[in-house]
Design a protein around this ligand. Structure first.
Ligand code: F0G
Length: 482
């Protein structure tokens, strides 16, 4: 990571790139923003990009690409089987991860589907222990007749903490699960970093210990490396024991310990795609049959060769400390600015994005009125920034009880796509969130028109005309400013 001291200013995250290509964006007036969020059913997933100023919904598939990636895309060798592109990417993966076999797959959740088809069985249902669940991965496990067990250490659930590695497994709990379910474990899933608890990292030590336990109980260790690039930065900067190792050495140590690695290249590799990589030829041949049936011929697996070339270059960038420190530094800056302004955020800042604790920000909105959904709508009205609800709207319903799921987390995620937004845009957002903090009593709740199970992309209704009142106060305070 570039170490830059400042002479007369408070340090700012410093971009280690210059901009080659830009995309125009605009801010629509606050009254129009209210209409846009109402039309979208107060669900930011349903919004149109034209109405958004800062798109902070996700860091997935929306990271800025380099001129070298764009150039490499022209090398794509479009050929059904055995393209040069496949072999170039396979060589890059071998160089970085030291694994012999690589299956291209069109995105992360499709990798999860392939692994579930291969290893999760019903009657008796297989068990997949994991540090924490992610919607796309557990969906496939359940679909194939299995179930999952969360083995996150207790501190991981603490939203305000100083623990540098909140994504760590509780190793004792994991061992207990492995012991109690001998013969039923499909694999152990290690999510590095841990998305739904705030992009929190897992330590290299913990991942190595999990791999040892997997060996002891004869089960596969499967690394979800989708968010690995941020996690690598945190290992390098927070885990003293491995400070002397280069990023490539850390990856190698981790990779050598894992049986199977998969990732969404919408995050890792700055492209759009995915991959499963492993060393065991027999297992490779086995998983390949599913890839050929469901994804595409196994030398492209549903991916465009242009994206495969971009990912090849993007994976090299992922080994560069200057590059991978950018995301976490911007997130840390945003989180620190918000915390200093008295806005409750998940700490320590993680990767992927900054997470605001909605239950603390607007305590007047209770469960059943969707605090995180309400806050995400209010943030959009105040700023034109689109965040993501991470709470009861997003949570899958339990099909057995049909009860509304109220998890412990009601968060608004403000993802920071890598190298997309500037410090001045982040400062603008902080300003609007400070205004919202001072007007938070105007924020009301949301509800679904119909009771019963709903999907995370379904429409809601505002409990009152609070969005219009919030916009009217904005107009009063800001005059003719957008
Ligand atoms: N694993 C993790 C840890 C993820 O964060 C995601 C996606 C996936 C797997 C699935 O990958 O989208 O390529 O199918 N996370 C996105 C997000 C959707 O916005 O956090 P995918």
């Amino acid at each position: 990571m570039a170490k830059i001291g400042y002479y007369s200013r408070k340090p700012l995250p410093l971009e280690m790139h210059k901009v080659c290509v830009v995309q125009k964006t605009e801010i629509i007036p606050v009254e129009e923003r209210v209409k846009a969020i109402r039309k979208a059913g107060f669900n930011t997933y349903r919004m149109e990009s034209k109405d958004i100023y800062l798109d902070m919904l996700t860091d997935s598939g929306v990271n800025a690409m380099t001129n070298e990636q764009l150039g490499a895309m022209m090398l794509g060798d479009d050929c059904y089987a055995g393209s040069k592109t496949y072999y170039r990417l396979a060589d890059k993966i071998k160089e970085i991860f030291n694994k012999d076999y690589f299956l291209p797959i069109h995105q992360g959740r499709a990798c999860e589907y392939m692994l579930a088809l291969a290893y999760v069985k019903p009657n008796p249902g297989s068990i997949v222990p994991m540090n924490f669940q992610f919607g796309t991965s557990v969906g496939k496990i359940k679909y194939c007749g299995g179930d999952y067990v969360i083995c996150l250490k207790e501190e991981g659930f603490n939203k305000q903490s100083t623990d540098p590695f909140k994504g760590d497994f509780d190793l004792e709990k994991l061992e207990g699960v492995l012991k109690a379910n001998e013969g039923k474990i499909a694999f152990v899933r290690i999510e590095s970093g841990t998305n739904l608890i705030g992009g929190q990292p897992i330590s290299l030590d913990n991942m190595l210990a999990v791999s040892e336990l997997c060996k002891k109980y004869g089960v596969y260790s499967v690394l979800d490396a989708s968010l690995l690039q941020d996690n690598l930065h945190f290992i390098k900067t927070r885990e003293n024991k491995y400070k002397a190792l280069s990023i490539r050495e850390i990856v190698r140590k981790l990779s050598d310990a894992m049986d199977i690695i998969y990732f969404s290249a919408r995050k890792l590799g700055f492209g759009r795609g995915g991959a499963i990589i492993l060393n065991d030829e027999k297992q490779y041949e086995y998983i390949k049959t599913f890839v050929a049936s469901f994804e595409g011929f196994p030398t492209f697996g549903g991916m465009s060769v242009k994206e495969m070339e971009a990912i090849r270059v993007g994976l090299d960038d992922t080994m560069d400390e200057d590059i991978i420190s950018q995301g976490p530094q911007f997130i840390e800056y945003l989180a620190n600015e918000l915390e200093a302004a008295g806005i409750p955020v998940v700490t320590p800042p993680g990767g992927l994005g900054c997470h605001i604790d909605a239950m603390k920000f607007i305590p007047q909105i209770k469960h059943g009125h969707y605090p995180a959904g309400s806050l995400a709508s209010a943030i959009y009205i105040a700023s034109g920034a689109r965040g993501m609800e991470r709470g009861a709207i997003d949570e899958p319903w339990d099909s057995e009880t049909e009860d509304e799921p109220y998890g412990s987390m009601e968060l608004v995620r403000l993802a920071v796509p890598r190298r997309v937004y500037t410090v001045s845009q982040i400062n603008y957002l902080v300003d609007r969130l400070c205004w919202l903090r001072d007007n938070k009593d105007l924020i009301g709740g949301l509800h679904f028109e119909t009771k019963g199970p709903h999907q995370f992309y379904d429409a809601l209704t505002a409990d009152s005309d609070w969005p219009e009142k919030l916009a009217a106060k904005f107009r009063e305070d800001f005059g003719d400013s957008l």
